[in-house]
Design a protein around this ligand. Structure first.
Ligand SMILES: [Zn+2]
Length: 446
């Protein structure tokens, strides 16, 4: 039974379905959503016609490769040409219930609408992720989030409500107030960005409050950046609260598409009845074999207002080649998102993922905050890693620390990076999408 305490699964009939049953379900849903898009979205009608495609050509799951790709830029242009909602919208905005916006770094943010049914399913699937972390009706939950137009933890709030949790909204609260709530009330779960979780634990510590003793957090979940999947980040959060920290994979465009389960096996389960995944080779766009690395392309099989068909996520992932001990049959990824195509940097001919740099930095307890700058000095690409150390690090050990870190970076990246230590507190702290990577090079060779 969904939501039952006796089951390990929120939707056992989906999470443990046979591959054939899942495929059947996906085919039915794909059939319906493609026709819906064709019939009701001028944007898709045009896109299909340009690709010389009619819905009758999409019969099986394999036919999905006939659908044209969708990229974020398509949406931006569509919403500029047909303001404010764009011609992708399949019904009148008045029929919808929610508007969310992507936290775009360039141009106007993209607006995405949901019907009441879309939103209710969105929250249900989100609940499946939370349930897999071990969140139950008996938990008291605080989403530490500002509740603005970014979709972030909105659905998480309703998902907890569906599970039956007691909710503590902390929208307008300052970090100190949230910490006070954590030590005052029996809050057992928090949801926030990974960097905010670390920040809040640091603030508590600096105020002499040990949250592992004074608070009762047993589970935390994180979205906003793939950070919680980085072992060093997860460890830092788990040590700060004495909890188990979980990675939540989702986006405004696609919704909650993946999660790691209570076994923390290093796999990401994909909610493939909701978001159909393809992992496509970075050069050929052909599906990769199990174990292969490629770009994750997702088709939302349910959301009606703004259907997302074959959306290029720009996330680089690896298709799993092993099973998780939890028994879920859902398609899985090895690890989490490995990197973003947009974030991939080329430095002196070597491909560098800033997320890898973060992973290395997080293994050093001396690091409080950091910034990575890609720059060009006298025609040569350089990586500068600025470290804002913890106050306990004595000045006398700066040189030794810098050498150790330089060595770890060289081994981990296969390329040399300069390390610079700044004054404690000199770098900005982030509670939303962190901007720790700066590329100062003008003509980036990528
Ligand atoms: Zn699992």
């Amino acid at each position: 039974m969904a939501g039952s305490n006796v089951s390990r699964y929120y939707d056992p009939e989906i999470e443990t379905a046979s591959r054939d049953a899942l495929k059947n379900l996906q085919e039915k849903k794909l059939w319906a959503i493609v026709r819906h898009a064709w019939n009701h979205s001028p944007f898709y009608r045009k896109k299909f016609e340009e690709a010389n495609l009619t819905p009758d050509k999409i019969r099986s799951l394999e036919d999905i490769s006939r659908l044209p790709f969708l990229v974020k830029e398509d949406l931006r242009k569509d919403q500029e040409a047909f303001p404010p909602w764009g011609s992708m919208l399949t019904l009148a905005a008045e029929e919808c219930q929610r508007i969310h916006m992507t936290s775009g770094t360039t141009g106007r943010p993209i607006k995405i609408l949901d019907t009441p049914e879309d939103w209710s399913r969105f929250c249900h699937i989100y609940g499946r992720n939370l349930y897999a972390y071990g969140i139950r009706k008996t938990d008291m939950v605080m989403p530490a989030f500002s509740f603005g137009p970014w979709i972030g933890f909105w659905a998480g709030f309703y998902a907890c409500q569906e599970i039956g949790c007691l909710l503590f909204a902390s929208g307008g609260m300052k970090t100190e107030q949230r910490i006070d709530a954590l030590v005052t009330y029996p809050i057992t779960v928090i949801g926030c960005t990974p960097s905010y979780a670390i920040h809040m634990a640091d603030v508590a510590k600096n105020n002499g409050i040990d949250l592992t003793q004074k608070a009762r957090i047993r589970i935390s979940w994180h979205t906003g950046k793939a950070g919680a999947a980085i072992p060093g980040v997860r460890q830092k959060i788990e040590e700060g609260y004495g909890c188990k920290a979980f990675d939540f994979l989702g986006s405004t465009e696609i919704g909650p598409w993946g999660f790691n389960c209570e076994f923390q096996s290093g796999l990401t389960h994909v909610n493939e009845d909701w978001a159909y995944p393809e992992v496509l080779d970075l050069n050929t766009d052909e599906p990769v074999k199990p174990g292969g690395i490629g770009e994750l392309v997702l088709t939302n099989l349910e959301r009606k207002a703004n259907p997302f068909l074959r959306y290029r996520s720009r996330d680089i992932v690896q298709a799993a080649d092993r099973k998780c001990p939890c028994g879920r049959t859902l398609f899985a990824l090895e690890g989490s998102v490995l990197g973003r195509l947009d974030d991939m940097k080329k430095v002196r001919g070597v491909i560098v993922y800033p997320s890898k740099i973060e992973e290395i930095l997080r293994t050093f307890t001396e690091v409080d905050e950091f910034r990575v700058v890609f720059k060009r000095v006298e025609g040569l690409d350089e990586i500068l890693v600025q470290v804002d150390p913890v106050p306990q690090l004595e000045r006398g050990s700066y040189d030794e620390f810098r050498r150790r870190m330089g060595k770890a970076l060289q081994i981990g990246l296969g390329i040399r990076a300069s390390v610079e230590l700044v004054e404690h507190g000199a770098l900005p702290r982030w509670d939303h999408k962190a901007k720790r990577v700066v590329d100062e090079r003008k003509d980036v060779p990528f």
